[in-house]
Design a protein around this ligand. Structure first.
Ligand code: HEC
Length: 179
């Protein structure tokens, strides 16, 4: 029992000490132009998926998937998000570029499968240790001084969760080259 306890204590001290030493010695890679290993990707996605499932409040999406709202969603996405997440015309190129670590998911190739409220929560708060910053407060205010960020984020979510079933005019706008 004593040996076991000693081993246990040595174990919990050695692991963080080893990680600290590796960082202090400069052994850990910090460049962004690389592809994460499959293990790292699986772990990071597990953490994000489970955090969104546990922490995101179950809010109802106030933006209905009307043609007008979906069109606003395409424009917003092309203007604010596609620079990282790509679009149907540059998706494959974007995906192979390794410009961020981890690479932003190209939704045109891999439509998100999470429910609306989880996507809203992720976009609003951002994703730690990735290039995904928070969009809360980033969209400014309307003429009456009201913050319009939530509405804009929901508009992006409505578009993202309907990527597979866009009405023809919206799909044409999405596939059109340029902004
Ligand atoms: C500066 C680059 C950048 C911009 C701009 C950006 N993102 Fe991201 N986004 C990322 C990265 C990096 C991740 C983390 C990797 C991943 O999961 O795709 C991410 C993750 C996400 C996720 C989670 C995907 C998942 O795995 O569940 C969503 C949803 C998302 N972004 C939506 C958006 C929306 C909507 C916008 C525009 C309002 C946006 N992003 C703008 C880089 C960006």
């Amino acid at each position: 029992m004593r040996k076991f306890l000693l081993g246990f204590v040595v174990g919990i001290v050695t692991l963080p000490a080893g990680a600290f030493a590796a960082a202090w010695l400069g052994w850990l890679p910090t460049n962004a132009n690389a592809t994460p290993t499959a293990l790292e990707q699986a772990f990071a996605h597990l953490a994000l998926d489970r955090a969104a499932a546990r922490r995101a409040p179950h809010l109802a999406n106030p933006i209905a998937p009307t043609e007008e709202n979906l069109m606003a969603g395409v424009k917003l996405f092309k203007g604010d998000c596609a620079g990282c997440h790509g679009d149907p015309n540059n998706g494959e190129k974007r995906e192979s570029e390794n410009f961020l670590y981890p690479s932003p998911t190209v939704f045109a190739l891999h439509p998100p499968r999470k429910p609306d409220y989880q996507l809203f929560w992720i976009i609003k708060g951002g994703v730690r240790y990735s290039g995904m910053f928070k969009w809360d407060g980033e969209f400014g205010k309307d003429a009456s001084g009201k913050d319009i960020s939530d509405e804009k984020i929901w508009t992006a979510v409505t578009f993202l969760t309907r990527l597979d079933s866009l009405p023809p005019a919206v799909a044409a706008e999405w596939h059109k080259k340029g902004p």
